[in-house]
Design a protein around this ligand. Structure first.
Ligand SMILES: *Cc1c(COP(=O)(O)O)cnc(C)c1O
Length: 388
């Protein structure tokens, strides 16, 4: 009661993998030395391996948005026609970046909680045959919805456009077959399923995207994909890298490789499945019931209860930080994260705490009803033969 451990239960930053955190203490290292080049090379190679791609992978000292910005400023020219899929706050970010750089964006907007369909993308590309790019979120973290990236990719691949995927919470929570599906640019961030603090972003770049870079004329300086590729080939970054984070990333990637990306994904999927089962038992509605993703589950607060109260009570009663809704969803939904270093014990605690909070705020639920649903999912998964 009186001791409240701080628990970070948000979809970014996520709980840290302790050995990665400890690795950061060795950052009294210079970045233009062979010792550091070894670590940097390992990060690039391991990122390629866990992302499952033969494409080039680049690393940036930035939060995820930096890599989104870099994708636009390096691959496009002012006035280029593009298609933006916007299903939430992060889709809106693509539209804002495109606008900031003077691209002509056809923005396919769907209500929060819904998704843009491959059919809509195909139709937009028919309307706009000269489109140079299509932008999407694999997982729209603000609503908990996941896009049919494979279906969209099939439509994009038949055109001259490149497919740019913000997979910042998609990587490690859903299968993404970058090379076979035709995902030209795939962006990830350190503070999501990669279990380390914010500050690193990475990006895979396909040959089709590199070709577009050759004719792109937008100005850029710090984020220079070609320069970064050249530096990376030499085991270095173009500028002073975030050395502590690179050390952490190397450690976290060793763990993800040992675990296997498929198991990391399955872990998030099982936690999401269990959370949905618990929500049903507690009478809580999903915010994105049509295509719920596995990075985060967005739940509607019960009628008459502001989701901000639930968020506040998690903090005041249990020291736990969970995510409120963003923008106009604030106060209406709360979000339970599953990506990266989350396990079933975390979820038992989260749902047990939620039951106490609901009961204390005028929404009686039977104690243990949600927890039992999580336990059943867990026990069932443990009894089943390993899926991977
Ligand atoms: C976290 C996140 C980002 C990046 O946000 P930063 O604050 O720049 O790291 C982008 N897209 C999605 C879908 C995200 O979840």
């Amino acid at each position: 009661m009186h001791i409240r451990k701080q628990r970070l239960l948000t979809p970014g930053p996520t709980p840290l993998y302790p050995p990665a955190l400890h690795a950061m203490m060795a950052s009294d290292i210079h970045h233009r030395t062979e010792d550091f080049r070894q670590v940097y090379r390992a990060c690039l190679a391991d990122l390629k391996e866990v992302m499952g791609t033969a494409h080039d992978v680049l690393l940036f000292a930035a939060s995820g948005t930096g890599a989104m910005d870099a994708a636009v400023s390096n691959l496009f020219s002012r006035g280029d026609k593009v298609v933006v899929c916007s299903a939430g706050k992060f889709g809106e970010r693509w539209a804002e970046i495109a606008k900031a750089y003077g691209l002509e964006a056809d923005v396919l907007t769907v209500p929060y909680g819904e998704v843009v369909t491959p059919r809509q993308v195909a139709e937009a590309l028919e309307r706009q045959p000269a489109a140079k790019g299509v932008f999407v979120q694999a997982s729209e973290t603000s609503t908990g919805a996941a896009h049919d990236v494979q279906g969209m990719a099939a439509a994009v691949a038949q055109t001259g456009a490149i497919f740019v995927v913000d997979a910042i919470t998609g990587l490690g929570t859903m299968p993404l077959d970058i090379d076979r599906w035709g995902l030209d640019v795939v962006i990830g961030g350190s503070q999501k399923a990669f279990m380390i603090p914010p500050g690193l972003a990475f990006m895979s770049v396909s040959p089709k995207a590199w070709k577009l870079a050759d004719s792109a004329t937008l100005p850029h300086y710090y984020f220079n994909l070609k320069k970064e590729k050249k530096s990376g080939d030499a085991g270095e970054s173009s500028w002073t890298p975030a050395t502590a984070l690179v050390l952490a990333l190397a450690e976290a990637l060793r763990y993800v490789k040992r675990l296997g990306m498929a198991r990391l994904i399955e872990n998030a999927q099982l936690l999401a499945l269990a959370t949905r089962a618990a929500a049903a038992k507690l009478g809580l509605e999903l915010f994105a019931p049509g295509s719920p993703g596995s990075s985060v589950t967005a739940l509607k607060a019960p009628a008459g209860l502001d989701s901000g109260v639930i968020v506040k009570e998690f903090r005041s009663r249990f020291g736990a930080i969970i995510a409120n809704g963003q923008g106009s969803m604030k106060g209406k939904i709360f979000r339970i994260a599953h990506l990266g270093y989350f396990d079933f014990a975390d979820l038992f605690a989260t749902i047990a705490a939620l039951e106490i909070i609901l009961n204390a705020n005028g929404h009686p639920v039977p104690y243990g009803a949600g927890v039992a649903a999580v336990q059943e999912t867990c026990a069932h998964a443990m009894a089943a033969p390993a899926a991977v």
